[in-house]
Design a protein around this ligand. Structure first.
Ligand SMILES: Cc1cc2nc3c(=O)[nH]c(=O)nc-3n(C[C@H](O)[C@H](O)[C@H](O)COP(=O)(O)OP(=O)(O)OC[C@H]3O[C@@H](n4cnc5c(N)ncnc54)[C@H](O)[C@@H]3O)c2cc1C
Length: 426
């Protein structure tokens, strides 16, 4: 013990000797760095208003939308009216010009009530808006960002929902094996092919389509095009799914779809870079969005089931007070906290301009594991009623499965994390 105290004193002494101007002891309050869940006023305002919107507007429609497998149009309109569809878009272009963390909080809050509404907002903000904002020309930004943002400040509300069209029947994890082709004809590109699993596409007006303009160049021929519904996009099939059933997931066909040359985003042959950066590398915003969706989902299930365990009595006491139940709840709360902090940390790193690819992959991977586990446990905590549709707890569990699949499966996240570890240690 003596040695440890002496060593600690020695450390203090050394620090003082090395930095004579540093005051180790001061009567004024020391400055601390913020905890990860400290929010700016702007972010707090965002979170509170989304929370109200989710509770008042979304919650009453959740079950009906799930059963009808259809998003209520008033919710889409409401999201735009609340300014939640252009969170990072500059204010002069109609957006809220807030932080990425605000987007993450929005996605999380919506998912606590309905993960389907959450993913609609997520894809629009973190994928579509980010691509146009980061890679669009000045003209493209000025033309499309106000349509994608459409905050309540605009007088005439024309809702323009966005979708991100990369996956195809034969190219999922191996996204660059895509078969959709584009050929130049005069001042237009003619796109032929099809896309599968496209979120928001049933309701969307703006489509970011990835197609190869020169297959001889391999993935370096992949180009991103911005198309609008009126150019002739065909929805050929709407999927019937296990979860997030109100979120549309469709197959799209492009049959000589004519897109003007000025609608190439980020330059010819640069689509692979955009897709990598958005989904995987430098920006990987989408993955943090899905992590936030999974954190909100787990919290939503927890919030529904835990109060019930203190109301429901068996053997003369609330079931939540049996040690077996209490420990299970405590473990779930800890898992949830860890998932949330991983997610917030990745979001903060993006706002700070630091690298965050590994952190985003960890957040998405872990949050999807936690979402599945916690929502599954929540059903069990509530017993038989948890298994019925009436409580809405089972819906969270159904919805949780997708977290390990879209925007890179769990194996793909682990592959990303493993690459970083190998680079660091070999
Ligand atoms: C509801 C829903 C919404 C979606 N929304 C969109 C959207 O808006 N836009 C879009 O472009 N796409 C979207 N997708 C597609 C989604 O991104 C893909 O489903 C996902 O990338 C996985 O591709 P896959 O389904 O072809 O699976 P596959 O790639 O065929 O994977 C099958 C299995 O093989 C494993 N696997 C594959 N490769 C490897 C590897 N190298 N190492 C280890 N394991 C591997 C996977 O982890 C998985 O377990 C959506 C999908 C769903 C289900």
């Amino acid at each position: 013990m003596y040695h440890r105290v002496a060593a600690f004193r020695g450390l203090l002494f050394t620090r003082r000797a090395l930095a004579p101007s540093t005051r180790l002891f001061s009567s004024s309050r020391p400055t601390f760095l913020n905890s990860l869940d400290t929010l700016s006023d702007d972010e707090e305002m965002f979170r509170d208003s989304v929370r109200r919107f989710a509770k008042d507007v979304v919650a009453p429609k959740v079950r009906e939308m799930d059963e009808n497998e259809m998003m209520d149009p008033t919710i889409i309109k409401g999201l735009f009216e609340q300014g939640l569809m252009g969170i990072e878009i500059p204010s002069e272009l109609g957006g809220a010009e807030s932080s990425f963390t605000s987007a993450v909080l929005t996605i999380e809050e919506l998912a606590k009530i309905d993960p389907s509404v959450s993913v609609m907002c997520d894809v629009h903000n973190t994928l579509v808006n980010t691509v146009v904002r980061k890679y669009g020309t000045k003209e493209q930004r000025e033309k499309y960002l106000p349509l994608l943002a459409q905050s309540k400040r605009s007088e005439l509300l024309v809702v323009q929902l966005g979708s991100f069209c990369l996956s195809e029947a034969a190219s999922g994890s191996d996204a660059f094996a895509l078969q959709t082709r584009a050929k130049k004809e005069g001042n237009n590109w003619i796109i032929n092919g099809s896309k599968m699993w496209i979120t928001n596409s049933y309701e969307a007006d703006i489509f970011l389509i990835f197609a190869n303009i020169d297959p001889s160049k391999g993935y370096k021929g992949i180009t991103c095009f911005l198309a609008t519904r009126d150019m002739g996009i065909q929805i050929s099939k709407k999927e019937e799914k296990l979860g997030i059933r109100a979120s549309s997931t469709c197959t799209l066909n492009f049959d000589d779809l004519k897109v003007p040359e000025e609608n190439v985003i980020g330059g010819e042959g640069k689509g692979y870079k955009i897709a990598i950066e958005i989904l995987n590398e430098a920006t990987s915003s989408g993955r943090i969005g899905i992590a936030a969706q999974m954190v909100g989902l787990a919290q939503g299930a927890f919030d529904k089931a835990v109060p019930y365990t203190y109301q429901r009595h068996q053997f003369g006491q609330p079931v939540g007070t049996f040690q077996g139940m209490a420990f299970s709840i405590a473990q779930a709360a800890t898992d949830l906290e860890a998932a949330r902090l991983l997610t917030y940390n990745a979001a903060r790193r993006r706002d700070e301009g630091k690298s965050f690819t590994k952190e985003a992959a960890m957040a998405k991977y872990y949050a999807s594991v936690v979402a599945q586990k916690v929502s599954g446990q929540a059903i069990e905590w509530a017993g038989g009623v948890g298994f019925t549709r009436e409580t809405g707890i089972e819906k969270f569990w159904r919805d949780s499965k997708i977290g390990a699949i879209y925007e890179g499966t769990s194996n793909i996240q682990l592959q990303t994390i493993a690459k970083f570890i190998q680079k660091e240690y070999s």
